[in-house]
Write a protein that binds this ligand. Structure first.
Ligand code: ATP
Length: 252
């Protein structure tokens, strides 16, 4: 399959400060693509430019054959963007919020079916503010699906979630991909990137310093003679935690 996102020489300046320094990359149709990098590297800036939410300084962005400069509205129609939790109406219940969004997108969506995809059917009558952190994250992903997007953008989707909730969200992301969507995500969790992403780009100070499959990047490091300090135990504290508390769709 071909590239569904093409970014060419993208530059973003905030005043004199160049946050994104002429980066180029492609995202292939149907892949889960990760943008990794330290705080302030330029990940959110890059994502939000592609999502048509931020102005670029220069460069070209093509999304599903459409030029960002010429057809931003058409691009909006085929993408799903995970909104920050603060953007929701705290006093509406989940069904009401989905109905509201369906109206905005002019789509006929059954709220309960949609809530099923993120295992929140039993919370349909709950207000957004009554959800736990993990439930809020899952709900925010559900809302990105209302317009049946070809591309889904997730900015740190599992930050703040417990280990089991993170794994449940990974499953959801894999399901979205298997239904044909392309997923672009940012994360600070390298285990998550390794588990989910076909390819990752590592951004540092506004530049892409590596772009490949996780496997290839690891092999490249090993080829330099890198050795990890030997692990003494065959399990870690996360294994203990999951073993003691883990269950599907924990409501935490
Ligand atoms: P994080 O991992 O912390 O979310 P990030 O890689 O997403 O970081 P960005 O949010 O894209 O980083 O920020 C990149 C750089 O641009 C940072 O130095 C940031 O301070 C700066 N920046 C971001 N938004 C603005 C803005 N609206 N005005 C001025 N500078 C900004």
């Amino acid at each position: 399959m071909g590239a569904i996102i093409q970014v060419n020489n993208l530059v973003k300046k905030y005043g004199d400060f160049e946050a994104v320094k002429g980066i180029s990359f492609e995202v292939m149709e149907g892949e889960i693509f990760g943008l990794l990098g330290p705080n302030g590297a330029g990940k959110t800036t890059t994502l939000e430019i592609i999502e048509t939410l931020r102005e670029k300084t220069s460069g070209d962005v093509i999304v599903d054959g459409m030029n960002l400069d010429k057809e931003p509205q058409a691009i909006k129609n085929i993408i799903g963007v995970q909104l920050q939790a603060a953007g929701y109406y705290p006093n509406l219940n989940l069904k009401q919020i989905i109905d509201l969004f369906s109206g905005l997108y002019n789509r006929d969506v059954d709220p309960l079916t949609l809530l099923d995809t993120v295992n929140l059917r039993d919370k349909a009558k709950s207000k957004f503010k009554e959800l736990s952190g993990g439930q809020k994250q899952r709900f925010s992903i559900a809302t990105t699906l209302i317009n049946e997007p070809k591309i889904i953008f997730l900015d740190e989707p599992t930050t703040g979630l417990d280990p089991q909730a993170r794994r449940n969200l990974w499953e959801l992301i894999i399901q979205l991909r298997s239904r044909g969507a392309t997923v672009v995500l940012t994360t600070h969790y390298m285990d998550e990137a390794e588990e989910l992403c076909e390819r990752v780009a590592i951004i540092d100070k506004g530049e892409i310093i590596a772009l490949s499959t996780p496997n290839e990047l690891i092999d490249r490091l090993l080829a330099t003679g890198f050795k990890r300090p030997k692990e003494v135990k065959a399990a870690n504290l996360e294994d203990v935690f999951l073993n003691m508390t883990g269950r599907e769709w924990r409501e935490g």
